[in-house]
Design a binder for this molecule. Structure first.
Ligand code: UD1
Length: 375
């Protein structure tokens, strides 16, 4: 057994935090073998999009924050690359761990690969086969360059082998985001959250919308708001609004449309524990998020996804998810059907059992030189 190895763990945007937290907790069990560094690129920077998640998830605040902030894709990716290269040259870790599919994931992978530092990608192999999504480009580039590919579902393994990636690099380990959910489930307390956020003691639908394909065009966003207007005539809606969506609603003059909806409660982005507590107690969810498709599947809550495709097909084939796209009439029709029938039941996908981080760290301990020179 060699001396301890340094692992730089990258987070950048909101959905990354719950994927890295279980790894940080698992590393702590190997404190003489692994010295983890938690690095935040600063892609998301509002307290409500970032800081609050670390305390909710029970992990320390980042050791390093590159503070890159918002920008066009090229600006943001470029700024992350410049900052991350400087950090890696100082730390010289034995491994970089990236999670998910945001710009920070791809940017840090490119930098590490060029410095010949091995990269592990957690949540590898997901494909929507839709290259108009920025995340799809991030996934393809990251998986092409990463050395260890940790997957959440067997379809992801198939996608990777179809792209010519050797099986010896691919490990089906389960879902670290679901590790977070299962380990913190006892803290989801809906009644207090509902009262604090102004929700009435009545059934409600939890809504999240932030994809560029749904919010960046006025007509699409207006159509979705129209559908929500019709749905709230039947059931209370709760919508914590993402900063991108808020910006577009304001720019397109749609805030006044929302203000007229008397059965819609809007909020600023909410914390992890608050959102999980509310999703777990919602009648159903309307979303275009990637992660929420998986979380609703595990919680057994029906989910209508406002997209035409998903990189997480197991949530449709086995879980509670259904793709409805963004046509207002179809959103309305499918929502009313779920309210009438109770929606899909589903089952929990294989290995989404709370032990993904344990499996990942076991692979790392076996494969990284300096710990055990097999790689
Ligand atoms: C990013 C990810 C997306 C993920 C989402 C989760 C990419 C390409 N996209 O999208 O995959 O689903 O995060 O939230 O990486 N803003 C703030 N405060 C913040 C962060 C952003 O006000 O803390 C605003 C800015 O106006 C910014 C806009 O939101 O321009 C978009 O932020 P950005 O990080 O570019 O992409 P997201 O839409 O958040």
């Amino acid at each position: 057994m060699g001396s301890s190895i340094h692992i730089v763990n990258v987070v950048g945007a909101r959905p990354n935090f719950m994927k890295i937290a279980p790894l940080m907790k698992q590393y702590a069990k190997y404190s003489s073998e692994i010295e983890p560094v938690l690095l935040h690129t600063g892609q998301h920077y509002d307290d409500s999009m970032s800081r609050v998640f670390f305390s909710d998830l029970g992990i320390r605040q980042p050791d390093i924050d590159l503070g890159v902030g918002s920008g066009s894709h090229a600006e943001q990716t470029g700024k992350v690359m410049v900052g991350f290269e400087k950090a890696l040259l100082k730390i010289r870790p034995e491994l970089v761990v990236v999670v998910g599919d945001v710009n920070s994931t791809m940017a840090c992978t490119i930098v590490a690969a060029k410095l010949n530092i091995p990269v592990a990608h957690v949540e590898a192999g997901l494909r929507s086969f839709d290259r108009t999504m920025p995340e799809e480009i991030n996934r393809i580039v990251t998986d092409r360059l990463a050395d260890l590919l940790f997957t959440t579902s067997e379809d992801a393994n198939t996608n990777l082998t179809n792209e010519g990636i050797g099986e010896e690099r691919i490990f089906f380990v389960g879902n670290t985001m679901i590790d977070s959910l299962l380990s913190l489930r006892h803290k989801f307390e809906a009644p207090g959250v509902r009262a604090r956020l102004g929700l009435a003691e009545a059934p409600f639908v939890f809504v999240t919308i932030h994809r560029p394909s749904n919010v960046d065009e006025r007509s699409t966003l207006a159509g979705i708001c129209g559908a929500l207007g019709r749905i709230q005539e039947h059931i209370q809606l709760f919508w914590p609004i993402h900063p991108r969506t808020k910006k577009m609603l304001t720019e397109y003059g749609l805030m006044s449309v929302l203000e007229k909806m008397t059965n819609l409660v809007v909020a600023e982005p909410i914390s992890y524990l608050d959102s999980m507590a509310l999703i777990a107690s919602a009648t159903m969810v309307l979303t275009d998020s990637g992660g929420i498709q998986e979380e609703t599947t595990v919680l057994g809550i029906p989910c209508l996804t406002l997209r035409r495709n998903t990189e997480r097909p197991v949530t449709v084939t086995e879980g509670t998810n259904e793709l409805v796209g963004n046509d207002p009439d179809l959103i309305m029709e499918r929502t009313m059907d779920v309210l009438r029938t109770g929606g899909k039941r589903g089952k929990t996908p294989k290995l989404w059992d709370g032990r993904a981080a344990e499996r990942i760290v076991n692979v790392i301990l076996e494969r990284i030189p300096g710990i055990n020179p097999v790689m």
